[in-house]
Write a protein of this length. Structure first.
Length: 202
């Protein structure tokens, strides 16, 4: 897939110009609990895209760049001073109701940051840079339950599972976190170098 993407981007900087990855379904990137998984989906603007149920951890929000994945990041394990087992790498967040956010390929996001397309902050903000989120509050948006038909729920981590969502940590482990964890826990786990003494809840 990487080699194909390299060829496609070399041929055209426009991902809508026959880039194979745009419509490709990657089962590993999709939660089987989402009824939209298994096939590319049409967006509200008539694009057929492959979706993902998981987004990378950008940190606090798209402006702070204090997570491990953000625009032009090259974070090494040794740079994650809060500890690999105490720092989020990826979390669940189903695609937006209109299919416009949640592509595994070619997401631009707010101000070109990638969030909330393929990245997300634990307290994400909405800067109203696109019309399809114009009716949503500015935030910050916290971890909590969501609904597949609610466009504004694209701004926070949630899942199709009952009671919480799955997160991959930088040590490679995967943990299910309950919506009942304290409001300070997920933001602390999202930062890589803030020095918070917060462990992943059991």
């Amino acid at each position: 897939m990487f080699e194909q993407a390299q060829r496609d981007w070399a041929a055209s900087p426009n991902p809508f110009s026959l880039h194979i990855g745009l419509q490709r379904v990657v089962p590993l990137y999709q939660c089987p609990s989402d009824p939209r998984s298994g096939a590319p989906q049409w967006t509200h603007e008539g694009r057929l895209v492959g979706l993902t149920s998981y987004v990378g951890n950008a940190g606090t929000n798209y402006t702070t760049k204090d997570g491990v994945l953000f625009l032009d990041s090259k974070t090494r394990p040794s740079q994650i001073r809060d500890g690999l087992s105490n720092t989020l790498l990826v979390g669940e967040r189903p695609p937006a109701a209109d299919g416009w956010y949640g592509w595994w390929y070619a997401g631009v996001g707010q101000q070109g940051s990638g969030s909330p397309d393929m990245l997300l902050g634990a307290l994400e903000l909405n800067q109203h840079t696109t019309y399809d989120s114009a009716a949503c509050a500015e935030g910050p948006y916290a971890f909590g339950p969501g609904k597949i038909d609610q466009q504004c729920h694209l701004f926070h981590y949630w899942s199709m599972h009952s009671g919480g969502a799955n997160f991959a940590l930088c040590d490679g482990s995967v943990r299910f976190l309950s919506y009942d964890i304290g409001p300070e826990i997920l933001p602390a786990l999202a930062t890589a170098n803030a020095g918070e003494a917060v462990a992943v809840p059991e």
